[in-house]
Design a protein around this ligand. Sequence first.
Ligand SMILES: Cc1cc2nc3c(=O)[nH]c(=O)nc-3n(C[C@H](O)[C@H](O)[C@H](O)COP(=O)(O)OP(=O)(O)OC[C@H]3O[C@@H](n4cnc5c(N)ncnc54)[C@H](O)[C@@H]3O)c2cc1C
Ligand code: FES
Length: 283
Amino acid sequence: MNQQPHSQHVPFAAHLIERRDLSEDTALFRIAPDEGALAQLFSFVPGQFVQLSVPGAGEIPISPADLPTPEGTLELCVRRVGHVTELLHELQPGATLGLRGPFGSGFPLKEMAGRPVLLLAGGLGIAPLRSLLMHLLRQRDSYGDITLMYGAKQPRLMLFREELAALAAAGGLRLYLTVDFAPETLDGGYSCAVGLLPDLLKGFRFDAATTYAAVCGPPPLYRCLVADLERAGVHAERILLSLERRMRCGIGRCCHCALGQKLCCLDGPVFRASDLKGIPEAL
Ligand SMILES: Cc1cc2nc3c(=O)[nH]c(=O)nc-3n(C[C@H](O)[C@H](O)[C@H](O)COP(=O)(O)OP(=O)(O)OC[C@H]3O[C@@H](n4cnc5c(N)ncnc54)[C@H](O)[C@@H]3O)c2cc1C
Ligand code: FES
């Protein structure tokens, strides 16, 4: 990546345009980065992350939920889990934020061209995969079959469900949804299984010899899905995992995000399963 030192170390200003609640603890924040940041952001590749700073709270890594719009706004889907995200959720439109990046490796889009893509998202893992999904659908003719399997704990925690159902209804996307359990009625005109995400893979017929799989979700999911995908015949080089580690600098200086000899912020956050073999703590 060819970045000026300024943009790597010092955040550019950005402003919160609007927030939309997606569930009880997760919201979609639309932000408008200042001109300096925008020039960098247009190089964003799905899977990369930005360092978002909330003044007075701190800085956190977030993978944008879509590519920047032509008007220059960026969508970040953020769950309220702790200090910085709590404060972010309290901000009103117009609030000033800071932005560095994009950083890290994204999905290998050129290599994936022409191939079927299977996206597997668990819980909040849909956020980083949404930017990949939107890219694939906008360039629909450049890829083979596109399938999204998305699992959430409960229907009310399923993010973007109307949007995903509309995308599937428009054609070009095969969508399989599942929830761990369904205490409330499943409304919204889409069908949804009850079970775990790996259950959706069982019996799923696809061209494993050419398919690229992109996985993002809670840590226990990775080991299970990688084993299932490999058993189905997907080569570990074509299993792409978007990993999360605690980060500080985001640019390879502090080693907070070390995974064996690799750094999540530089070598990842998107890794091939084949690159993680021999690093037991990675999955
Ligand atoms: C590359 C990358 C992309 C990410 N993308 C998103 C995204 O799109 N949306 C989103 O909501 N979150 C995302 N995260 C996670 C997000 O960075 C953390 O939730 C955030 O840093 C928590 O900050 P906090 O101050 O609110 O919480 P803290 O007060 O720091 O911690 C609260 C809880 O969250 C856990 N936690 C904190 N940071 C992380 C982390 N990096 N990974 C796992 N657990 C963590 C802590 O162990 C603790 O249990 C991403 C993380 C990485 C590394
Ligand atoms: S976050 Fe500092 S080296 Fe990765």
